[in-house]
Ligand binder design. Structure first.
Ligand code: ATP
Ligand code: MG
Length: 604
């Protein structure tokens, strides 16, 4: 495979992981900050204590430094033993209290950040679950996941660190500056001139480092995505003998990753020594200036003051690079907050009206009145669709792939709303009905059946959470497939993987039937899977289906003749239009589209 095509494949593989097109940072924004701060409201007491510890912390380090200098200038210079002991004792007590406060400051900050982040995650998840189907079709899974993971993580650092660490550091800088001014104002002005240099070095390397880190993270997510696809798609890979090509793609990715890793290390390696060298050069400079000034005949500088000044200079410089990092962290958190709040603020395109009717005793009459529907504007999928179904009837939907069968089902289930025209359930416009109440009286088996991680029984209970083990087992009896369940290692308590991998296709389908059945729905919707199942299971599914459909209004997207023949009415779709309807026999007599489909496609 040529490098170019490897690169193209690489890009398609990773489309859903990378965040390249989303900005990593944005300027500080008061609106976002205050909104974020509002999330700390439920934790006002610990937050206020945190602010108290922050205030104490910012005084403590300068005070410690001040004490050391005072002991040197005073008792040590005067050679007073008792003075030195007293000074050292006080220093030890202050040091102890400093570490104690530091412990609580960190602990409170961690707890606050954790609580805020957990609340945000819960709010986001609840919000996402309320979004209508359309949103999930338009939003990449990778996007949703990165909102929940990296954005929330960035915010956590923002909440835990940025404000509180910065306050401590700023307080420390101000106090150190005041002390230096007091010791030696001229020397302080020299120091002040050096501060911006440290700031710029810091920012320059930080930018380099953050680009390198981002490249590294993205290359790593490409590796995980590729690995996941390789494992999930191993059958296809082996069947099409793509092992060598896949290995080539992976080797490229692994080498990329290693290169980005090296850049990160190298940048780190340049930055730290340079920063250290920088402050050492300043110290040398201060030694010269300070020494020269002390040698002047009229000088009032004493050695103790100079020592104090040097200590304070350290306290003044250290926060500069820390503040630089916090500033960058803050901008990253801003970008995360902006995206999170944007998602939280995205209202669902539609919600049930506040006075939505809860249909508790559903009869199951379904009417479509001149329904037009489009997923994307300008691309009609259903055109002027009208029909009526009496309670208890079984309707088979038949048509070519893409003709709109699943779409009809989506409208009956209120997953989408008609673009124009009306869908009526028991004579009520579906828009005025409560979706939740409707879904409780509806059983839905989707084209791509889905089993959650858990046991068979847990999956069936989604249809009726109150059902006992006996009731779950009874449903399989009713569907005439108790023996199939009995053949599973732990019966209804057999765990099924995230994708139900340990079960056959037919078994999975039966569990989905059971899930629909246990809800005792008035309206049943079944999007029959096209994949072929062995004839024995097939016969079993047919029997189960007959039991499931009995006495309920049912919509079945049917691919099998046996299902269609049993239906009260067959709706034949073509490019979103209802072109024929009637029973199987009537439609064969008509000798139109259905008869053609029947001859060519429908499994016998
Ligand atoms: N979420 C969506 N967004 C945009 N277009 C969609 C969406 N879902 C389906 N479509 C389009 O709507 C048309 C009808 O799709 P639908 O899923 O209803 O077909 P179908 O009859 O169920 O096909 P199949 O037999 O393959 O399941 C197709 O052209 C399809 O591309
Ligand atoms: Mg379909």
């Amino acid at each position: 495979m040529s490098t170019a095509s490897v690169k193209t494949l690489d890009r398609t593989l990773t489309r859903h992981v990378a965040r390249e097109d989303e900005p990593r940072q944005r300027p500080l924004d008061y609106r976002l900050i205050s909104r974020l701060f509002a999330f700390t409201k439920p934790y006002a007491t610990p937050r206020n204590w945190l602010l108290v510890t922050v205030a104490i912390r910012s005084i403590q380090l300068p005070a410690l430094t001040w004490m050391v200098a005072a002991v040197i200038r005073g008792p040590i210079a005067e050679k007073s033993v008792s003075g030195v002991i007293e000074g050292a004792g006080l220093f030890a007590i202050l040091a102890l209290s400093t570490q104690w406060v530091m412990h609580y400051r960190q602990r409170l900050a961690l707890e606050l950040g954790e609580a805020v982040v957990t609340d945000l995650r819960k709010a986001l998840f609840a919000h996402i679950q309320r979004m209508p189907m359309q949103w999930f079709h338009q939003t990449k899974v990778g996007r949703v996941i990165s909102r929940m993971t990296s954005d929330v993580e960035d915010l956590r650092l923002g909440v835990q660190d940025v404000l509180f660490v910065s306050l401590v550091q700023i307080g420390q800088m101000i106090l150190a500056a005041t002390a230096m001014l007091w010791y030696d104002a001229t020397l302080f002005l020299i120091v002040l001139g050096l501060a911006p240099i440290i700031w710029f070095i810091n920012q320059h390397f930080h930018k380099k480092l953050s680009i390198a880190l981002r490249n590294m993270r993205e290359s790593f997510s490409r590796i995980t995505a590729t690995l996941a696809e390789s494992v999930l798609g191993i059958r296809v890979t082996q069947a099409f003998v793509r092992q060598t090509e896949n290995a080539a793609i992976f080797e490229d990715l692994a080498e990329d990753h290693s290169r980005f890793n090296t850049v990160v290390m190298r940048t780190h390696g340049q930055f730290l020594p340079l920063l250290e060298l920088n402050s050492q050069i300043f110290i040398a400079l201060m030694l010269i200036v300070g020494g020269w000034r002390a040698f002047q005949p009229e000088s009032t500088t004493n050695v103790g003051d100079l020592v104090g000044f040097f200590f304070m200079a350290n306290l003044f410089f250290a926060p500069i690079s820390i503040l630089g990092n916090q500033y960058n962290q803050a901008m990253t958190a801003m970008a995360g907050a902006e995206r999170l709040f944007q998602l939280l603020d995205t209202p669902p395109e539609w919600v049930d009206p506040p006075d939505a009717v809860e249909l508790t005793d559903l009869r199951g009459e379904v009417t479509f009145e001149h329904v037009n529907f489009e997923y994307e504007q300008g691309r009609p999928v259903l055109i002027d669709f009208s029909f009526q179904v009496q309670p208890g009837q079984t309707i088979a939907l038949v048509g070519h792939t893409g003709s709109g069968k699943t779409t009809i089902i989506n409208l009956v289930s209120k997953f989408y709303l008609a673009t124009t025209g009306r869908v009526l359930i028991d004579g009520h416009d579906i828009q005025t009905l409560s979706g939740d109440a409707l879904h409780r009286r509806m059983g839905i088996v989707l084209q791509q059946n889905f089993l959650f991680y858990g046991t068979v029984a847990q999956n069936v209970r989604l249809g009726n959470p109150a059902a006992t083990d006996e009731e779950v087992a009874h449903v399989f009896d009713q569907l005439d497939c108790a023996d199939l369940i009995a053949s599973l290692p732990q019966g209804i308590h057999t765990p099924v993987g995230e994708r139900g991998v340990s079960l056959s296709l037919g078994q999975r389908q039966l569990i989905c039937f059971a899930r629909a059945m246990i809800a005792d729905p008035r309206i049943l919707i079944l999007d029959e899977a096209t994949s072929s199942i062995d004839s024995q299971t097939e016969a079993r599914l047919q029997r189960a289906l007959a039991k499931l459909l009995a006495g309920r209004t049912s919509f079945v997207v049917a691919h099998r003749l046996s299902t269609i023949r049993e239906a009260d009415r067959v709706l034949v779709l073509d490019h979103g239009q209802l072109i024929e309807q009637g029973t199987h026999e009537e439609l064969l007599q008509l000798n139109g589209t259905y008869a053609g489909l029947h001859r060519r496609f429908i499994s016998q």
